[in-house]
Every structure is written in C-alpha cells, then in structure tokens.
Ligand binder design. Structure first.
Ligand code: PLP
Length: 476
C-alpha cells in the first residue's frame, strides 16, 4: 500500500526544493554562459570519483534530495565535457542558445506528450510550421512534412525506411540496393543494418579529392547492380560530412536518382543549417530535388539535445511508411491534422520543436543566419593563420566551419608525423586550453577543428592556432 501521508509530504518538499533548485541552477547556468571563457573545458573524473559513483546504492528509503542534486551537479555534470566552451573544437558541438535552454526547461515543466495532434494542438501546429519553414529553405513545396526526432541517427533511419516503403515491394527487399559514399556518417550504415539490409546490398562509393561522392562511380555501381538483377532504390548524399565538412554534389546525385527512379535522402544532420544562411545556402544546390532531408538543429543551430528533424518532400510518403491504426487510438485520430506518430518511429516524445521555436522567435532569422555564416569565416581564419607559420599542412580545406591540418615538418616519417599530431592534440587538451582531437584524412593523422560554436571569437581561433604551433615546436 502506498503510504499516502508520507508520499504527500515528500511531494510538497520535493516541489519546494525543485523551485529553489531551479532558481539556483538557472543563475549558475547563466553565470557559466556569461563567463564561458573562464570555465574549464574538461575536468575529467578520476578513478576514485568513478568508483564512488558506481558504489552509490539505489536506496530503499529516499535520501536527502538536496544532497542528490549537489552530487549530480558537482560530481556528474561538472566532470562532463563542456562542449559549448568557445575553444571546444571537436565533434560537431553546438554553442547553445539560452533561448533553447529556456524552451527546453519549459517543455519539461509542462511535460507535454507531443505524440499526436490532440494532446497539444498548438504545439503540433508550431512543429508543423517549423518543419514547413525548414522544408521551404530546402526548396520543398507545400506538400512537405516531417517530425522532430532525437537526432540525426533516427532522422536518417526514418528517411531510409520511407525510401524503402516507397520504392520496393516486400518481395523486393532482398534485391534492393542503396548507395552511400566513403564519407557517409556511421549512423547511415547502422540504419541499414537495423533495417535488415545486407552489407552486400549497400555500395560504398569512393569520394574525390574534395571528399565528395564520385558521381561517375555511383552510376557505374548502379549499372552493375542492375545487370546483376538488383534493384537500386536509395542514394544518400551528405550535406556537411562530419570529418571534413564537405558537401556531396547534390544536384548531380539528384539527376542520377531521377534517371534510375531512386529515392534521394540527404543527411544534413551537420550541414542542414547552411540553409538558414542566405550567403551559403547555395552550397546545398540540388537539395530541392531530394525526397527527404535530415537536419540536426542541436548541432549548428544552437539547440540543446535533442533536436533533429526529418523532412520529406511529400508528407504522404512518411504517412504511408509509418501509419498504423490500433483501436485504442481511434478517438484521438484526427483526420484534419496529421498526428506525428504517423510520420515517424516515435510515439510518446517531448515537445522538441518548442526550444527551436523559442530561439527563432526571440532571435529572429537575421541573427540566426549570422550564427551560421560566422564559422565559415573562422575556418578560413585558421587556414590564413596556419599559412603564416612554418611546417603546417592543410589536409582538407575550410568547409562548413571545419578544417583539418597537421604539423608536418621536413625530415619526419609518416609514422612520426602521425604520433606527433596525436601528441599535439593530447597536450592542448591536457593544458585545458582547447579541445582538438585527431582524425584520419586519406590515411594521415590530422588535427580537426570544427568551429560551428557561436561562442567562439576571432581571438579564440587565432590564439588556438598559435598555441598549437607553440606545442608543436616543443614536442618535435
Ligand atoms: C552527427 C551526425 C549524425 C548523427 O546525428 P546524431 O544527432 O548524433 O544522432 C549523422 N550524420 C552526420 C553527417 C552527422 O554529423
């Protein structure tokens, strides 16, 4: 039996604490954000702390809630990477907008189940409006539709399932073939595996010197598969590859997709946000011909996790792939408005669109566009600064706020250079100055800087390059 008295007492004190906690934490978050340059990028947890966490018991009787909160803040959150630090240049890490944080907290407080239209009609309308607006930035028309998802991985999977539903009958599943490039994100390959598509039915097309899919080789592979009795159904182009920021020739890929009646999905998890920029949206030329597009706003568009979306040029293609009608949902199924459970994989989900809505409404699209443009300048600035120095080699050109390079002084072997660049990365992280890790570019180990973080200043960029040079000369 529930001890009602004890439970009620507990709830009242939890609520009081929640309010105090929220006030305190929000002012702390605000301090961190206004003072972001003075924060540590990483205070890695030591072995003792990890052991302590592992040894915390799941108690039968609850503990003091304030202690739990303090433990979380000091031992759990503060030992995680501060990816919104202005000199955190790894992964594809967002500089978070305070509006996004506010929108996220509001959504959690009201705990809306954004599963279908009836639970929260205005939220559904806001989501639809954002999807259509983003779709229109891609050049999609009024027929477009989609949903917000947890991330690019789920968005990609959703688009790929819609593609198979549209292009193959169930009997053709075993002969359906898909095409990606050697720069395609791992989530796409994982998606194929989840869908039960055999590795042999996924062609990995080599990329060219600029890390873009070789369209000539794409067509060659398609022709060969057709001759072998296979049925090409999907090609995935990338708008902003994770490694170098390169953009596949989407216009040429779309011509091939049309010619062979295939679905074209664009993975814009990283680079979709160039569509917010009037200056750089031309880089996505051809995207208007795509059938579906993944777009993470928790990367370049300042959103807290998680905030991605999948947009299909024709909403009906998503409905055909995902609609089921279990009896208990009959009453809430609304014919006028599409329920988001009919457009994708998830049912219960948070109102992810709200934080983006809050950000866009409060910031305006002009400022948002500036946030997208700035990293292009910063990646060129790194190149310019490196060119002033001796011994540095650019391994991939600035693109989408990303550049890779390495210290390659004369007289060292390839292996020594690989090790040296690894050591440079470790040292700048250890010094807590900047967070830069290495990647492999055409077989060479290189340093990678991704600068989509709107908190980074010109000074952050310039001083980081100088610091790298200093370290490189110490270590060589
Ligand atoms: C980050 C990324 C993904 C995966 O997105 P998540 O939001 O991490 O699931 C997919 N594709 C590309 C190109 C990415 O950069």
């Amino acid at each position: 039996m529930l001890n009602r008295k004890q439970y009620d007492k507990d709830i009242v004190s939890a609520k009081k604490l929640q309010i105090e906690e929220l006030k305190e934490r929000l002012s702390e978050v605000f301090d961190v954000n206004t003072n972001i340059h003075n924060q540590n990028i990483t205070v890695a947890p030591d072995e003792d702390l990890l052991e302590e966490i592992m040894n915390i018991e799941i108690p039968r009787a609850g503990r003091d809630a304030k202690d739990v909160a303090d433990e979380l803040v000091n031992k759990v959150f503060k030992t995680s990477l501060l990816t919104q630090h202005p000199r955190f240049f790894s992964f594809v890490a967002s500089g978070v907008s305070p509006y996004s944080i506010a929108g996220s907290i509001l959504s959690d407080i009201y705990n809306i189940n954004n599963c279908g239209y009836e639970t929260a009609p205005p939220i559904s309308l806001i989501e639809e409006k954002l999807i259509r607006w983003m779709g229109s930035r891609a050049g999609f028309g009024d027929e477009c539709g989609g949903v917000f998802t947890s991330g690019g991985s789920l968005s990609n999977l959703t688009g790929m399932i819609a593609a198979r539903c549209k292009k193959l009958t169930e009997d053709e599943y075993s002969i359906g073939t898909a095409y990606i490039s050697d720069q395609t994100h791992s989530s796409v390959k994982k998606g194929f595996r989840l869908m039960g598509i055999k590795t042999a039915n996924v062609s990995v097309i080599p990329s060219d010197d600029a890390f873009k899919m070789r369209v000539d080789l794409l067509e060659e592979a398609i022709k060969k598969d057709l001759a072998d009795g296979k049925k090409p159904f999907l090609v995935v182009g990338t708008l902003g590859t994770t490694n170098t920021g390169s953009i596949d020739p989407l216009d040429k890929i779309s011509e091939i997709a049309k010619k062979y009646e295939m679905w074209m999905h664009v993975d814009g998890a990283f680079g979709g946000s160039v569509l917010f920029s009037d200056i750089y949206c031309h880089l996505a030329k051809g995207i208007e011909e795509a059938d579906s597009l993944s777009w993470d706003t928790h990367k370049w568009a300042m959103q807290v996790y998680s905030c991605s979306c999948i947009i299909a040029k024709d909403k009906k293609d998503l409905i055909n792939a995902f609609m089921e009608h279990p009896e208990y949902l009959e009453d809430v199924i609304n014919s006028e408005h599409t329920d988001s459970w009919d457009l994708g994989i998830e049912m219960s989900r948070p109102a992810r669109a709200i934080k983006l809505w809050y950000t866009v409404q409060a910031m305006g699209t002009d400022l948002l566009a500036d946030v997208i443009d700035y990293p292009f300048f910063h990646s060129s600035l790194v190149k310019k600064e490196l060119e002033k120095l001796e011994g540095w080699e650019i391994t991939s050109p600035p693109m989408c706020g990303t550049i890779t390079f390495r210290f390659a002084p004369k007289g060292l072997s390839e292996k020594e250079m690989d090790d040296l660049n690894g050591a440079i990365s470790r040292k700048i992280i250890e010094d807590n100055y900047a967070y830069i890790v290495t990647t492999t570019i055409k077989g060479k180990r290189a340093l990678r800087m991704n600068m989509i973080n709107c908190n980074s200043t010109d000074e952050d960029i310039i001083s980081t390059v100088r610091k790298l040079d200093e370290i490189a000369h110490e270590l060589v």
